[in-house]
Design a protein around this ligand. Structure first.
Ligand SMILES: [Fe+2]
Length: 243
């Protein structure tokens, strides 16, 4: 614990060496050349703002926010999947009651977004955003359809492997994580600069979910498991070049 000038005791968090994350300027990912910081980063002391965070209660969640297949008048087209796992902190302890948000392309690989205009169909029954709170054991769960791969103009014939974007707040701003979850054995991994911008191939694997029979249900859904570690030696990496 550390004490602020006003005498408030706050939990201390170790500042991390985040060498596992992608470099700020990654040659293969072209747009990072323009948007990476050009000056050295300034390390701010961890005060009250850094070790606390927004507290989002369950009251703000709608009953089907976790179920992306129920946001239209009918079921969306696509392979129905459940994605579930646990949110853990640096010591492997579960992070309960924390907000997990996701967004993804539809089964054809298209986002419902004005900027996404490639000729894949939109699905009137799929919006592609969801959120849930972890339970007391740090568990989360989403029901959705498997997103398709999509082209992204980074280079000729550039296709993103199927992925779901995740955003987590953790218990404090120091645990903030924005990343992407991938599916096992995707043939597009080898040519994807975002996936490969993570320097260590072993750390890259932390972004890949595994197929799970326990949550696979006969004639209903395929199950995928993915645990998210917010900090520490086994931390899940940030999605792209990041400080
Ligand atoms: Fe994406």
């Amino acid at each position: 614990m550390t004490e602020t000038e006003s005498g408030i005791s706050i939990p201390s968090y170790r500042r991390e060496n985040r060498e596992i994350d992608p470099p700020l300027d990654y040659e293969g990912y072209r747009s990072t050349a323009l948007r990476h910081p050009k000056n050295p980063l300034v390390l701010l002391p961890h005060m009250l703002t850094e070790v606390t965070g927004p507290v989002l209660g369950e009251g703000r969640l709608g009953p089907y926010d976790w179920d992306l297949t129920r946001h239209g008048d009918a079921e969306p087209i696509g392979q129905r999947i459940q994605v579930s796992g646990r949110v853990l902190d640096s010591d492997g302890r579960p992070v309960p009651n924390t907000l997990v948000e996701v967004w993804q392309a539809n089964a054809a690989g298209r986002y419902r977004h004005i900027v996404d205009q490639w000729p894949a169909p939109l699905d009137p029954n799929f919006v592609g955003v969801g959120r849930c709170m972890t339970d007391s054991e740090g568990r989360y769960r989403f029901l959705t359809v498997k997103p398709g791969a999509y082209p992204w103009k980074n280079h000729h014939n550039a296709w993103r492997p199927a992925h779901i974007h995740f955003s987590l707040f953790g218990r404090a701003f120091t645990q903030r994580l924005v990343t992407q979850m991938y599916f096992p054995d995707d043939p597009l991994f080898s040519e994807d600069p975002i996936f490969n911008s993570v320097p260590d191939p072993e750390v890259r694997k932390r972004m890949v979910s595994r197929h799970d029979w326990e949550t696979t249900e006969d004639h209903w859904q395929l199950g995928f498991k993915w645990d998210i570690v917010l900090r520490g030696r086994d931390a899940t990496v940030f999605e792209e070049p990041h400080a």
